[in-house]
Design a protein. Structure first.
Ligand SMILES: CC(C)(COP(=O)(O)OP(=O)(O)OC[C@H]1O[C@@H](n2cnc3c(N)ncnc32)[C@H](O)[C@@H]1OP(=O)(O)O)[C@@H](O)C(=O)NCCC(=O)NCCSC(=O)CC(=O)O
Length: 454
């Protein structure tokens, strides 16, 4: 079927500020500094509410956003790096009229199609998320876009600076905002109230300074918050969602138990099984020279891994990258066994996560990305199966779909628990149309019983 691209009309951009409060400053830690120049994360939550009027929607969301910002003041502020400062910090200043900029828009698109799973042009999602202005000295932290789909519902686009928020903090903020919108008279529960104490992050080896030196040398020794340039997304890139049910995951787990010689040490969690399965399909879909190298990465939340651990409500980044920049494609390309090989590697990387390796993990990308040949297959994860993002109910029910729009910029894979609460996983991908066909056929073939695929 041929579709004309939907039109999104911007109606207004409004500033939403917290209720009167003092100014606030929050320093960045080394966990934040690792993400300083990476692109922001754009999330899109779709809600089906045909009876909702635009004026009710906008006034409720604005009012509850303002109330939520009182607890999340840095989100209304800016990341600032003055030439005289050794490092950037987050500043919220009412005198500077700091606020979250909220774009209000209306679309004539079909919400059910955009929030479906079938391949849709990746570029159709860009007009639904706002931009985050960034200069050398200053960057906005958060921007929001509310897009009304008359007689269908709305989408909520949230763009978050990665040096300020990780997935856990973004999810906590969204759930807090939803709570304040749905139950405006109830106080914010403890598990949605952020902990802003930065003294809990210790830096015995001076990792912060090492990271700052690397960022300075990347910008001619001048402080700069400018982000790495993002690539243009071509018209041939489509966004698609695949799903693994709890039963699919259990069958894949049993397959590893039967076929792997690694035995009991393997960590056969939902994340390991799902991501290994996706990696094996992506590497096979690309095919090519078996001696080629593949960059495989994922982020791990260190809040509970530090000693002593940080509070689960810690505000900011507490994630560290893991994986292998130079994984061999050959074992993953093996028919059938490639998946088991990917599980063994991933399981080892997850089991090896420990605070002693944080420094190496955070510094190694600077060198690795310089030496990699152009065109190397890069596989990484955005989001997580643990964020509970589908719990963001603003009073009109759970989202019908959540997308991470920015996976098209770096060709990463988005993972999320399935919205229906049945223990499955949603996998978001942005690929060329040809690659989607190859990936899709490998994905469904591998879920059939072993004797049928051999
Ligand atoms: C490193 C990991 C991915 C490895 O995942 P694993 O699933 O193997 O390990 P795990 O410790 O999470 O869970 C293993 C098992 O422990 C139990 N378990 C652990 N935590 C649980 C929880 N919170 N709820 C329910 N069960 C839990 C389950 O039984 C699970 O098995 P079972 O799974 O079978 O039920 C993870 O530990 C982790 O750090 N996840 C968070 C990653 C994250 O924050 N990503 C966002 C990055 S920021 C980003 O990308 C940008 C953005 O999102 O904005």
């Amino acid at each position: 079927m041929v579709h004309s691209s939907p039109t999104v009309n911007i109606l207004e951009v409004v500033r939403v500020s917290p209720p009167p409060s003092d100014s606030a400053t929050l320093p960045l830690t080394y966990f934040d500094l690792g993400w300083l120049k990476l692109h922001p994360v754009d999330r899109l939550l779709f809600y089906r509410v045909p009876e909702l009027t635009r004026s009710v929607l906008i006034s409720k969301l604005k009012f509850s956003l303002s109330a939520t910002l009182l607890h999340y003041l840095p989100l209304a502020g800016r990341l600032v790096w003055n030439p005289t400062d050794t490092k950037p910090s987050i500043v919220y200043s009412p005198d500077e009229k700091d606020a979250v900029y909220v774009t209000v828009a209306e679309s004539n698109g079909e919400l059910s199609r955009l929030s479906g799973d079938e391949p849709r042009p990746a570029t159709e999602f860009h007009p639904l998320v706002p931009e985050l202005p960034v200069s050398d000295e200053s960057a906005r932290v958060l921007a929001v876009q509310i897009t009304f789909f008359p007689n269908q519902g709305f989408s909520l686009g949230v763009t978050a600076h990665h040096a300020v928020l990780d997935g856990k903090t973004t999810a906590m903020f969204l759930k807090a905002w939803a709570h304040n919108c749905k139950q405006e008279h109830d106080p914010l529960p403890h598990d949605l109230t952020p902990s802003m104490d930065r003294t809990v992050v210790r830096d015995p080896t001076g990792l912060e300074t090492k990271l700052l030196n690397r960022w300075m040398s990347a910008s001619n020794n001048k402080p700069s918050l400018k982000l790495f340039p993002s690539k243009e997304i071509g018209a041939d890139i489509v966004r698609v969602t695949y799903r693994l049910t709890r039963e699919n995951i259990q069958k894949l787990r049993e397959r590893v138990e039967t076929e792997s010689k690694a035995g009991a040490e393997l960590r056969l969690s939902t994340f390991v099984i799902t991501y290994a399965y996706v990696i094996s399909c992506l590497v096979k879909a690309r095919g090519g020279d078996p001696t080629r190298r593949v960059c495989i990465g994922f982020a791990s939340d260190f809040r509970s891994r530090l000693n002593p651990p940080l509070p689960p409500t810690y505000f900011g980044n507490c994630i560290v990258g893991a994986g292998d920049f130079d994984a061999k494609a050959e074992p993953i390309l093996e028919e059938g066994e490639g998946f088991v090989s990917a599980v063994e590697s991933l399981s080892g990387w997850v089991n090896g996560l420990c605070p002693e390796n944080i420094e190496k993990s955070m510094l190694s990308p600077f060198e690795a990305f310089k030496r990699m040949e152009p065109g190397r297959q890069m596989i990484s994860v955005a989001g997580s199966t643990r964020l509970g993002i589908y719990g963001s109910d603003f009073g009109w029910g759970k989202p019908v779909k959540v997308e991470i729009v920015t996976i098209d910029k770096d060709m990463s894979v988005s993972l999320s628990e399935s919205g229906d609460g049945t223990g499955g996983v949603e996998i978001g991908l942005c690929l060329t149309k040809d690659n989607v066909e190859r990936f899709g056929s490998l994905f469904s073939r591998g879920l059939k019983k072993k004797r049928e695929i051999s």
